[in-house]
Write a protein of this length. Sequence first.
Length: 567
Amino acid sequence: MKKHKTKGIIYLRIFSVFLATYLVLMIGFSVFLVFQERQVTGMELRTYALQINNSVESILQNYLDNDKQITDISKVKNELLQESSIFTSRNFEGAVFTGDYELLFNTNNYWQCSYTKYKEGNKHYTGYGYLNPMDWFGKEEIGELEGYLYANPQPKKVGDLSEYTLNLQGFWVDNGMIIPEKITVNALYAQKFDEEGNLRSSGGVHTDDISYLSGYKNTRGLPYFEWGSIIAYNNGNPNSEKRNELRQVVSDPSKLKKTVQNFTSSEGLTSQRLEMLTYRYYLSMPYQNSVRVNDDQSLESDFWTVIGCDINIGERCFPTLAFVWLSCLITFSIAALILARQTFKTYKQQEELENQRKEMTNALAHDLKTPLSIISGYAQNLQENVHTDKREHYANHIQANVNRMDKIIHKMLELTRLESDSLQIKFEDVALDEVCKKIIDRYKLVGEDKSITISLEGKALIKADYSLIARVVDNFLVNAIENTPEGGSIKIRIFDDTVEIYNSGSRIPQDKIDEIWLPFKKGDVSRSHTKGTGLGLAISRAILELHNFSYGAENRVEGVIFWFRFR
């Protein structure tokens, strides 16, 4: 229960830190990206406005006298009306002012119409005008007409509906304004697609099945035309509250005057936040892209072109932000998970190490307590002159226990030295078979006393520290002798990459087999009748790990094998 609680706390803390860092970085990046996108949007608006301004200049130049005065204002308005699509593309709105801030032309929410104004022989001259539907139709009829005008069916195959055309069957022109007599709606159907699936041509039959009458009676002698068409707005229905507000802004002379006064500092571009990430841009451009500075430092231009647009910066940034937020969330989550797992693993290792130290301290205290008690008892007898005839016996036992304690302490110091980072290993060529023969000879008498048969097979030459690897073989053999019953056998076999030391006798419980390499750990009570310190296998483990040799112990049918692999 405590383990799961600790794990939950570690994971919660790490994920909380990563989440807080993630949010700070992502919010900072989002603010930076929005700021940069605003700058980019301003530059794009300048570039596009420059194109519009050049188009306006080319129209005006055809109707200006030497004093920069317009010679035929109706023709100028008509040509600007023809080019109104350049103002309204990309959802822009625009206006053209004279140098005295008089409104010459502005985009509006009327319907743009085209018609044949007159013809000379086979040549037709197109005229343009505006139709204000609210002057001639009810709200419901306007809604129906706009539904046809701005429909976008998206045909997929030949015969699918592609669009509707709104035709003027009879109309009058009043100073550029169209007064309809009758509007008919006709459906067009897809006829041809290109290889990429884009619609190439459409067709249909003109009918009067859907028609709308204005009811106007011409009492003023206005010029009458028989045929015309209503031009659909390329970017959908422009008649929204926000678009009407934008049109009023760009056509406001006072707004232009205020902008011109600050023209040198702001270069005619201003922006205003409408909603959270929606900005309204306003840009004024002088005629021929240059201004004159008067004596009173005021600015002057023969004409001004004004461009405005509402841009949702959030929509422009959303794909990038979505990708960055999601990818960084995944990256941060993976990093947090890896760090949390590693931290918990380190915590468990530290906890296990602390438990091992406690167990080792307790075991060491236990192993020292017995000889200390014996020494204390014999010393007390010597002080009190009890059994004076046994003084030599007491002295011998005291010395034996002191030697035992000294051996334990030296083993502990040796294990500490081996586990430190300061120990230098001297690698040299070591003949394992010769090392094993010397150690077998060392314990030959001990084996004979217990009637244990010790055999050696194979040979190998390895790179190792001679004294340390000899210590490993010595510890393995001593461990085997101490745990082999009388009349048993020990077999040392050397293979191409492995040394195995087998001893017959009792097996090690499987759940204890990994613990025998720890200080003062023994596999089984039946294998613990030994006079050893309980540090031999721990020392062997430390030496083998210093050499980067793998090692282990395995139970067999009639005994146990200890091994280490040197390649």
